[in-house]
Design a protein around this ligand. Structure first.
Ligand SMILES: Nc1nc2c(ncn2[C@@H]2O[C@H](COP(=O)(O)OP(=O)(O)OP(=O)(O)O)[C@@H](O)[C@H]2O)c(=O)[nH]1
Ligand SMILES: [Mg+2]
Length: 603
């Protein structure tokens, strides 16, 4: 049997996981010397590359000496945290990275807690020690405290520590040592990560932890083999989470090496491979021996905490920019997403209206962004947190929030968060005039907070949050403190009229932009909505005053990204998303309709 080690790389967002995996691929010689590859090679899809974040966990394999090491790179952003627990079940050890300056962050806590609870053996990597502000000793202490707080066993507490600058391919066991390469990381993996259990001669048991889709072979289940041997063409039994048994056949067996996937004939207990040929496969299913099908423990899939409604675009500009605009197309696309994305849920809530639930705004934005690129057009409603009843009590999701803010601005931010029902947990000086403050806060109160926070901290604040737990509902929280600037008419914007409006707040659009009645063109500087005319030209006069137009100086408008716009909108507003534009609008387009509606629903 082949000697195997299975590890996952886990950390808070941006602490350097994917960069470390680059180094492991490179220094193990898995990339041939002639092979061209991008930085952060595992971040392979377009949005991952553009945003520089990992969205889906992905696995690779390297050879080191006579060992095969399967590595799963995981996303660090809290919205994709649901992936991490599943992945952890597939591996025997983890590399926990932590930034040598930032230290323990919300998602560090989240992943360490999961990892310890599952009894995994950690190797701690203090990364980015090259940063001038790095304080590796402090961060090591933080990690020891964290492990102790989270109830680590003595064995888990006794973790190897590696100091690294992953970007430079440098690592060492002691800060006083000379800079070395990743040999110490490979050795730590071989020495301290337990060998996979299970036996190649037992009946087959493999569990699917990720789904992939290929136009030629259909659904692909990436799986860890816990027992037995599997060959291409084998008949198998799929043991589903609900107890059902479905017969199937492995039409293709796919192995991993570096960035490549290749067809293989056989794989054994301990390894991570992909199966094609089972159309009904879901995450958590056990691929078992048809003669002796024994299901593995079902997999816990993290519940969604947030929902939005995707709907057919019915704005006056509908159908002009996108190709796929009908309710059927929208439903098909969303259903397709649910086939591989287990962290999301879909429900039809009305004619052309689909409720999509997920773990956070970023997850929903990524789906919307992918759909725009595929020429879809649709609307999205304001995100709402999922409220549920636990033992008769109405509960809502709470988040653990950590902010780093300049000291002189912290008072204002704390006050703002207080109004949003945040409870302060700790406050620490971070050097360079910054303070780190931790809170527990209803997830509801964080919707729309980021924009406000950036304004309040003049763009210098950094905020991070991750899901904590469901807790009793806290009642009303402060929402957006500004109204909207709403267009009163259809047409194209003109500089002359925007010039007149810009003093009223912040514009979200520029000149020669199509608008319609009820479309939101900016934020009012007061808390009420204001209806304005953005297409009014200068009154024509017979005498042309030369040079008068030069006096019209427009302040650059604020370009609202999908995420920012999604956070910004209120219940009576919608986002209109097309391949070319992101527009913000009122649900009811005319002022009369809005007045009638506001009388109906008492606020
Ligand atoms: N200074 C410094 N920067 C590093 C180091 N390692 C990674 N980075 C940088 O940190 C940023 C984030 O790196 P990634 O590898 O994408 O981090 P990640 O943990 O995979 O991020 P997510 O997958 O989004 O959670 C990139 O800009 C890297 O170049 C390091 O050792 N030193
Ligand atoms: Mg990454």
């Amino acid at each position: 049997m082949q000697k195997i080690r299975n590890i996952a790389v886990i950390a808070h967002v941006d602490h350097g996981k994917t960069t470390l995996v680059d180094g492991l691929l490179e220094q193990s010689g898995t990339f041939g010397s002639h092979e061209q590859h991008d930085e952060r090679a595992m971040d392979s899809n377009d949005i991952e590359k553009e945003r520089g974040i990992t969205i889906l966990s992905k696995n690779t394999a390297i050879t080191y000496g006579d060992h095969k090491i399967n590595i799963i790179d995981t996303p660090g952003h809290a919205d994709f945290g649901g992936e991490v627990e599943r992945v952890l079940k597939m591996v025997d050890g983890v590399l926990v990275l932590v930034d040598a300056y930032e230290g323990v962050m919300p998602q560090t806590k989240f992943v360490v807690k999961k990892m310890l609870a599952l009894g995994k053996k950690p190797i701690v990597v203090i990364n980015k020690i090259d940063k001038p502000s790095a304080e590796p000793d402090r961060v090591v202490d933080e990690m020891f405290d964290l492990f102790a707080d989270m109830g680590a066993t003595d064995d888990q507490q006794d973790f190897p520590i590696i100091y690294a600058a992953a970007r430079d391919g440098m690592a060492k066991l002691d800060m006083d040592d000379e800079d070395g390469d990743f040999k110490c990381i490979f050795d730590a993996i071989i020495e301290s990560v337990p060998e996979p259990e299970g036996d190649a001669s037992n009946s087959l048991q493999a569990q699917v932890f990720t789904l992939d889709y290929d136009n030629y072979v259909g659904k692909i289940g990436i799986s860890r083999i816990f027992n037995g041997t599997v060959k291409k063409g084998d008949n198998i039994m799929l043991a589903k989470a609900d107890g059902a048994m479905v017969k199937g056949k492995i039409s293709k067996l796919i192995g991993f090496h570096g960035l490549n996937r290749m067809e293989i004939d056989q794989a054994e207990a301990g390894d991570i491979v992909a199966f094609a040929g089972m159309e009904t496969v879901d995450v958590g299913d056990t691929v078992a021996d048809p003669q002796n099908p024994v299901a593995l423990d079902p997999m816990h899939i993290e519940e969604p905490t947030l929902t939005v409604v995707f709907a057919v675009n019915d704005s006056p500009l509908a159908g002009q920019e996108g190709k796929h605009v009908t309710s059927n197309k929208l439903r098909e696309r969303l259903e397709f997403e649910m086939r591989t994305n287990v962290a999301m849920k879909l429900e039809t809530v009305g004619e052309g209206k689909f409720k999509v639930s997920g773990r956070g705004e970023l997850q929903i934005t990524v789906l919307a962004e992918n759909m725009r690129r595929e020429d879809f057009e649709f609307s999205i409603s304001r995100p709402e947190v999922i409220v549920k009843e636990i033992e008769g009590v109405k509960c809502e999701p709470f988040e653990h929030l950590v902010i780093d803010v300049p000291e002189d601005l912290s008072g204002g931010v704390i006050e703002r968060l207080g109004k949003r029902k945040a409870e302060m947990k700790s406050m620490l000086p971070m050097g360079q005039g910054f303070q780190r403050i931790e809170f527990e806060i209803p997830a509801r109160a964080l919707i729309g907070f980021r924009g406000q926070f950036l304004t309040d901290t003049k763009g210098e604040g950094v905020m991070n949050h991750s899901f904590l737990e469901f807790r009793p509902f806290t009642g009303g929280v402060e929402s957006r403190s500004y109204g909207a600037l709403i267009s009163m008419t259809d047409g194209e914007t003109l500089a002359f009229s925007l010039f007149g409006i810009q003093d009223r707040g912040v514009l979200y659009i520029g000149v020669q932009t199509k608008v319609y009645e009820g479309m939101i063109i900016g934020e009012h500087s007061r808390n009420n909505d204001l209806v304005v005319n953005p297409i009014k030209g200068k009154a024509q006069s017979n005498v042309r005053s030369s040079g008068a137009d030069e006096a019209i100086k427009l302040v650059p408008f604020r370009n609202m990204s999908l995420e920012r716009a999604l956070e910004w909108i209120e219940d009576d507003e919608l986002l209109e998303v097309t391949p070319k534009s992101i527009r913000i609008r009122k649900k009811f387009l005319t002022e009369n309709e809005r007045k009638r509606e506001s009388r109906k629903i008492p606020k």
